[in-house]
Design a protein around this ligand. Structure first.
Ligand SMILES: Cc1cc2nc3c(=O)[nH]c(=O)nc-3n(C[C@H](O)[C@H](O)[C@H](O)COP(=O)(O)OP(=O)(O)OC[C@H]3O[C@@H](n4cnc5c(N)ncnc54)[C@H](O)[C@@H]3O)c2cc1C
Length: 414
């Protein structure tokens, strides 16, 4: 039986960042996963470090969108009808949190954490030799309808209040930034303070390698074996039992499987999402991720090719893939960018771990001494991994956290 100061369950971008931050503070730490580092949700995302995020994605407020989604004609969302009764309470809570005043409150609450997103990655990347993955080229959102400019006013107002720069561009301005785009949109918004990475898996692996170089141990094991023994936590690994005084649950969309066993019930649902890779035609290319906002997909340059990622699918986490959204997205994506042939053989599916108020849970687990939670990062696990790692490591080592942890407490769901 081995002992460490802390064990981290889950080696996605969130758990790996937590482990690295604790190891940097001199703790002996084990990172435990049943699969390889970074190969689940953290593998297939769009690679954006969304330091600019103001409003979280909201429940649709217009009847037209709801009808299109209900009729399965929407490109931005899909659902499995058999899953709707199970997810209904979550959807109702999500709709409630999508009222304009709640969204404005969320924007204010999450800003301190998001404002550190890029800089916390830069710190870890510099140490981990991963800076070559980072592109500080912002991201571009293109809008096909002229009407949507007015709808952006609340976001622009808050951006000004938060001191977040943006450029509202006409088509010519956007094409100057991304000359390979076709002129099928009316206007665009450029967010210069967002960043992106060319290989999310490469980033997580680099942080894990840095963690190991600092003496951290990476073990294979099933988190569901977690139990208490005296005043410590124990998990079974391929190397035998591992005991720690402190245990951090960072199991992404699998977190509830474990927490329910300790009586911790969080309203964690998944918004599933897919990606496919394509080659670009000729010399076409992109310098940054581009969101086709009303159509609801992202096109983003990766080492593996041009990655197209989809919006949300409401379905059971483990249900078979149903990438029907691509049938509607790919023709629209070809209108926007000269996509060539497929660069991969299969469609990737991942599950964004989402809480209805769009805030992650970061902090102590209620009523369980030594148990910590770092989960529910929804659309922003890559964005917030290092900032989360720093915040929880500061809390665990008795240092005042760099931003107020209160908005992330699990107790808000009690
Ligand atoms: C299509 C798509 C696009 C996205 N784009 C972006 C983006 O551009 N920017 C951004 O910031 N975020 C994005 N996201 C969200 C982001 O990918 C997630 O929020 C993030 O990956 C979650 O990280 P995690 O470490 O919490 O979970 P995961 O990466 O899923 O890690 C959880 C780990 O727990 C392990 N595990 C599970 N069960 C067990 C068990 N029983 N025992 C041991 N180990 C276990 C898994 O093997 C896994 O390694 C996107 C997501 C999707 C699906």
């Amino acid at each position: 039986m081995a002992r460490t100061d802390a064990m981290i369950l889950g080696a996605g971008i969130v758990g790996t960042s937590v482990a690295l931050h604790l190891a940097r503070r001199g703790m002996s730490v084990a990172l435990v996963d049943r699969a390889s580092v970074g190969e689940q949700t953290s593998y297939g995302n769009a690679g954006i470090i969304e330091g600019n995020t103001i409003f979280p994605p909201a429940f649709p407020s217009d009847v037209g969108s709801l009808v299109r989604i209900a009729l399965k004609r929407a490109s931005e969302a899909n659902y499995h009808i058999s899953f709707l009764p199970r997810v209904l309470p979550w959807l109702l809570a999500f709709r409630e949190a999508s009222r304009p005043e709640r969204l404005a409150e969320t924007a204010r609450l999450i800003r301190p954490l998001f404002s550190r997103a890029v800089v916390e990655h830069e710190t870890l990347m510099a140490e981990a030799g991963a800076t070559h993955y980072l592109r500080k080229t912002g991201w571009l959102k293109v809008y096909r309808g002229k009407k949507s400019v007015a709808a952006l006013a609340p976001e622009f107002e808050l951006a000004a209040k938060f001191g977040l720069p943006l450029d509202a561009l006409d088509m010519a301005g956007a094409l100057a930034l991304e000359p390979s785009l076709h002129p099928v949109f009316a206007h665009a918004v450029f967010w210069p303070e967002a960043a992106s990475v060319s290989n999310p898996l490469g980033v997580t692996r680099a942080y894990a390698a840095r963690f190991a170089a600092l003496g951290g141990v990476i073990l294979s094991g099933d988190a569901r074996s977690l139990h208490r023994t005296g005043n410590r936590w124990r998990v079974e690994t391929d190397e035998g039992a591992l005991d720690s005084a402190e245990c951090v649950v960072a199991l992404g969309p699998w977190s509830s499987d474990l927490l329910a066993r300790f009586g911790l019930r969080l309203p964690l649902a998944v918004k599933r999402g897919y990606h496919r890779h394509f080659r670009a035609q000729g010399n076409a290319g992109l310098a940054r991720p581009v969101l086709d906002a009303e159509v609801g997909y992202l096109v983003t340059p990766m080492e593996q090719g041009i990655r197209i990622t989809t919006g949300a699918e409401f379905a059971a986490r483990d249900a078979p893939p149903s990438p029907a959204q691509f049938d509607r997205i790919i023709p629209r994506a070809r209108q926007l960018f000269p996509l060539g042939e497929r660069a991969d053989g299969k469609t990737w599916l991942g599950s964004r771990p989402c809480l209805p108020d769009s805030r992650p849970v970061i902090g102590r687990a209620p009523g369980q001494a030594g148990l910590w939670l770092a989960l529910g990062h929804a659309h922003w696990g890559l964005t917030l991994g290092p900032a989360t790692g720093r915040m929880i490591a500061e809390m665990m080592t008795g240092v005042p956290p760099f931003c107020d942890p209160a908005p992330y407490r699990a107790e808000r769901f009690s």
